[in-house]
Design a protein around this ligand. Structure first.
Ligand code: PGA
Length: 236
């Protein structure tokens, strides 16, 4: 829940100028109220437009919700689903997250499905159980379509805290998620698994070098032009 008309315009226009033939795919997931502005500012540029959430329902009597068809009208191609803040503050269950992922795909919007453990869960040795349970519900809902998602591993203790998972900690979980995906889909190797949680210009390079880390879901650092450009450059 960051941004304003003037801040968005400054950041997105500077990003456009700063991007010279990026070596990776980039999407900017903005608050839905700014979708029109995002669509306008990002037209004909290598950055795709994304949303931070999507309704699990079609249009109708769901006051306050934003549907896939509405997002689609503004050129939205990605939607984050199951971000830990949605799970924590908005009571989203694994089933809700899976329903949102399914709904997004029905509009040809790629869901960026977030999974991750809390600090207490990590300390109790439950990381593997938690993330595999969260992913299993999405696999069960999507079937073969699981190959169409982007997955993001975001340890809750690392989001917005300045504490990044070490490359080894992150790689371990990513490898586990990859094998779970392999058991569900023949196309698992092509599913992008992003790491998120205090990724910044300093930590990005080593994280992105890990074999099962295909990209980043960047929060705070994406609001700072030079940091975000440095992370994009690290993808090369
Ligand atoms: P952060 O946020 O990069 O600021 O930790 C990540 C996120 O919110 O997904």
């Amino acid at each position: 829940m960051n941004g304003s008309l003037s801040a968005n315009s400054q950041l997105l226009l500077s990003l456009r100028t700063g991007l010279v033939e990026p070596a990776c795919q980039i999407a900017v997931c903005i608050p839905a109220v700014y979708a029109y502005q995002g669509q306008t500012l990002l037209s004909n540029c290598p950055m795709a437009l994304g949303a931070q959430d999507i309704s699990a329902y079609d249009n109708g009597a769901y006051t306050g919700e934003i549907s896939g068809s509405m997002l689609k009208e503004f050129g939205v191609r990605y939607a984050i689903v199951g971000h830990s803040e949605r799970r924590q503050y908005h009571g989203e269950s694994d089933e809700t997250v899976a329903a949102k992922a399914k709904r997004a795909l029905s509009y040809d919007i790629t869901p960026i499905v977030c999974v991750g453990e809390t600090l207490a869960e990590r300390e109790a040795g439950q990381t593997g159980d938690v993330v595999s349970r969260q992913l299993a519900v999405v696999i069960a809902a999507l079937g073969e379509d699981i190959s169409k998602i982007v997955l993001a591993y975001e340890p809750v203790w690392a989001i917005g805290t300045g504490k990044t998972a070490t490359p080894m900690q992150a790689q371990q979980v990513h490898a586990m998620l990859r094998s779970q995906l392999k058991a569900a889909s023949d196309s698992a190797d092509s599913i992008q698994i992003l790491y998120g949680g205090s990724m910044n210009a300093v930590t990005a390079g080593e994280l992105l070098r890990q074999p099962d880390i295909d990209g980043g879901l960047v929060g705070g650092a994406s609001l700072k032009l030079l940091d975000f450009l440095a992370i994009i450059a690290a993808c090369a």
